[in-house]
Design a protein around this ligand. Structure first.
Ligand code: NAD
Length: 422
């Protein structure tokens, strides 16, 4: 095998949908529309730091497609955020929302920043000034951000408050839906915080049903222990899975008897990372990938499962909680090794599904019960998985290709009927 070809993330996202487009002989005009985002907004904005200095930050909002509904997608605050990454993440949102059949398009945004380098008051000023810079590019009927890496409910509360403060008085209340993933106190939905992790567990449950496996007999390794990874690990452990390895940016810990996940969550809250957790052995980074386990759940960043790591990956199933965690070459190697991948646009769609519920609740000024949310959530996730499994059989293809086929069929059916303006 030659050295892994370096591709831009956006190139990877385009190749993924083109493969599925080939399966359904998609005409070239649709391919051209979907190969580039509709709008690319880049803002450079100044913020006063606590030291009295002023600093310029760069932020992005990439709006990929909105044929099926308003643009929708997270805001990422991370030092590696750049145009290429945000373009890919925005495209994945278009396919994700189409795949699960919710009336949204796809977008993504972010700021190139390490949030841990700034105080809370600096972060509040950065978020407010970024929101102001985005201005009318976002809005409850146009483009609706949500949390992603490095952002959370507090970030969304600040975005919403800033947006409401610059909206005309008559709209101050009705603009709550400009973002989802807010705190429940500020109009967020019950169940949103854990939704992505819970959706990942639904994926695993569905796979168990298809393959006659039992959830409570599975061993699992998890990379990333933030919002998605920690909620997934907690819920999976509650369902009987043994979580034998966990990694984050501070280190990797393992325990063949199963890690005590609630204790690990407390440790991370106090220390900022999994490193030095007393109930485990410290492992090398690479050991997490080669460790024998039934399931590997990448829940950190892109391009983590490389060709090199794919050759010795210890799991037979990868459930992609992160966006874009597997490189194209790694995917080929895993296919040869008969390792199944439940693709990101299917496995991590739980967040945007419950975000959709939050948006509906904001529109109607109502609050749904946890039971209502759970029932509707499960139904949407289950339908999407059933659709993907049926499409895999139809084309004898991977779950990723099948997921894109389902999404492309929905998007292009709408284009077929609406036509292209004028
Ligand atoms: P987060 O910021 O809450 O957590 C990120 C985690 O990744 C942290 O534990 C961090 O330590 C870890 N990490 C970072 N670099 C790492 C490295 N090199 N090795 C190991 N671990 C590393 O972010 P999140 O919201 O949990 O998002 C994680 C992934 O899930 C991202 O790909 C994101 O796009 C995707 N996702 C998130 C949501 C959501 O609702 N938050 C929804 C869909 C998809």
């Amino acid at each position: 095998m030659t050295a892994e070809k370096k591709r831009s993330l956006h190139e990877t996202s385009v190749e993924q949908f083109q493969r599925a487009a080939d399966l359904i002989d998609l005409p070239s005009n649709y391919r051209s529309i979907l190969a580039s985002p509709k709008n690319e907004v880049i803002v450079n904005f100044p913020v006063w730091l606590d030291s009295g200095e002023m600093k310029i930050f760069t932020g992005y909002r990439i709006q990929h497609n909105n044929i099926l509904g308003p643009f929708k997608g997270g805001l990422r605050f991370h030092p590696d955020v750049d145009l290429d990454e945000v373009k890919a993440l925005a495209a994945w949102m278009t396919f994700k929302t189409a795949l699960v059949g919710i009336p949204y398009g796809g977008a993504k945004g972010g700021v190139t920043i390490n949030p841990t380098d700034y105080s809370t008051s600096e972060m509040r000023r950065i978020v407010r000034r970024f929101t102001h810079a985005l201005g009318s590019n976002i809005g409850p009927e146009t483009d609706i951000p949500a949390p992603d890496v490095g952002t959370n409910a507090q970030t969304m509360d600040w975005v919403m408050d800033t947006y409401a403060n610059i909206a005309p008085p008559a709209f101050k209340q009705s603009v709550k839906g400009v973002v989802t993933g807010k705190s429940v106190e500020c109009g967020g939905s019950k169940g949103r915080e854990e939704a992505t992790g819970k959706g990942v567990l639904f994926s695993l449950r569905h796979w168990c049903g298809e393959t006659n496996n039992r959830l409570d007999e599975l061993t699992v390794t998890v990379q990333g222990f933030g919002n998605v990874g920690s909620h997934f690990a907690r819920l999976a452990a509650e369902a009987g899975c043994k979580i034998v390895g966990v990694a984050d940016h501070t280190g990797t810990v393992g325990n063949s008897e199963g890690l005590d996940i609630p204790a690990l969550i407390s440790h991370v809250k106090t220390t900022g990372g999994v490193k030095d957790f007393s109930g485990a052995q410290e492992l090398e980074t690479e050991e997490l990938f080669s460790m024998k386990a039934d399931v590997f759940v990448p829940a950190a960043l892109e391009n983590q499962v490389t060709a090199e790591r794919a050759k010795t990956l210890g799991a037979k199933l990868v459930v992609e909680a992160a966006n874009g965690p597997t490189t194209p070459q790694a995917e080929e190697i895993l296919a040869q090794r008969e390792v199944t991948i439940v693709p990101d646009i299917l496995a991590n769609a739980g967040g945007v599904i419950v975000s959709y519920f939050e948006w509906l609740q904001n529109k109607s000024s109502r609050s749904w019960s946890t039971k209502d949310i759970e029932t509707r959530f499960r139904e949407i996730v289950w339908d999407a998985h059933d659709n993907v499994v049926a499409t895999c059989k139809e084309f004898d293809c991977s779950m990723r290709d099948a997921a894109y086929v389902v999404a492309l069929r929905r998007i292009t059916a709408c284009y077929d009927r609406r036509g292209i303006f004028p």
